[in-house]
Design a protein around this ligand. Structure first.
Ligand SMILES: [Zn+2]
Ligand SMILES: [Zn+2]
Length: 295
């Protein structure tokens, strides 16, 4: 029995008084030992939180007690330990930084259920599947045959869509971790004249829970202390990445501890230590290195 949960959720809805909502939220999280990140904007809420199972249950009940959130969808993972050390509740302009001001959510792509995506694959439908996440996320895992734009961050989506114009008249499916990025990303594509755009409903996390060991290859990058979530049990589908030092399949990574470098590097746990948390000899000998709090 695992005693902790990680909860992923978002909803685009007019929140009203964001400051007041934030304060209520922060208070609740403090009192119930909830850790993680919650972003609140006039356009909605976006959170990843962790806590004891009973505390997470209280949180779900609490959030659903607001009429605007009574139908919010929670994606949940069972864990052995808490996945965050702190709680941040912040008011932002957007619940995810997109650089897509002016894009209307009303234009969002058609929602494709996990079972429908499975069918697309099984029936060999003529479609293009595109990763709407960053380069390092798709390196750890991706859908079979997916196009993986090499974005540094989501703000590069506009530029990415220009490069994807060859698919304008094709059936296109885009996906991200939990679905939040695709809401605006797919709307932007529709606005740019893409003819047949789908967004994977509930994102990768929902698909892989339902259909592990099928068309998802590798693991899921997460922005918390778990680093990655391994979802497949079949050996050949487990990892898409190898340790850059020794070649062992891995779903682990670090940021180089030379603060001037900070490059994401995929390592196994042993090589991380052997390389002193750095990507190269030069970085090992660098002057400004990140203080180390964890092993
Ligand atoms: Zn290694
Ligand atoms: Zn480095």
């Amino acid at each position: 029995m695992k005693n902790y949960r990680v909860l992923l959720f978002y909803k685009y809805v007019n929140v009203g008084d964001t400051e007041q909502f934030k304060n209520e939220h922060l208070k609740f999280c403090f009192e119930n030992n909830i850790k993680g990140r919650i972003y609140i904007a006039e356009e909605g809420i976006n959170g990843t939180i962790s806590g004891k199972t009973s505390d997470i249950e209280s949180y779900k009940f609490y959030l659903r007690s607001y009429p605007i959130f009574k139908d919010i969808v929670f994606k949940e993972d069972e864990e052995d330990k808490i996945a965050f050390t702190k709680i941040h509740v912040r008011v932002k302009k957007e619940i995810i930084h997109s650089g897509l001001n002016g894009t209307s959510l009303k234009n969002g792509g058609k929602r494709l259920k996990p079972e429908e995506l499975l069918k697309f694959y099984e029936e060999e439908k003529d479609f293009v599947i595109i990763d709407a996440r960053n380069w390092y996320e798709s390196k750890l895992g991706k859908f079979k045959n997916a196009v993986t734009p090499q974005m540094k961050n989501f703000r590069e989506w506009k530029k990415t869509v220009k490069d994807l114009e060859v698919y304008k008249n094709k059936t296109v499916v885009i996906y991200c971790t939990g679905g939040i990025r695709c809401e605006k990303a797919s709307a932007y594509m529709v606005e740019q004249g893409f003819k047949d755009v789908y967004q994977l409903d509930g994102g990768i996390v929902t698909y892989t829970k339902k259909y592990p060991n099928t068309y998802w290859e590798g693991s899921i990058w997460v922005f918390d202390e778990r680093y990655a979530v391994d979802v497949n049990t079949e050996e050949e589908l487990k990892y898409t990445t190898k340790c850059e030092h020794c070649g062992t399949p891995t779903s682990y990574y670090i940021n180089c501890h030379n603060m001037e470098c900070d490059t994401i590097i995929f390592y196994c746990h042993q090589c991380k230590k052997d390389m002193d948390y750095c990507c190269s000899e030069d970085c090992i000998n660098a002057l400004r290195k990140r203080p180390r709090y964890y092993g």
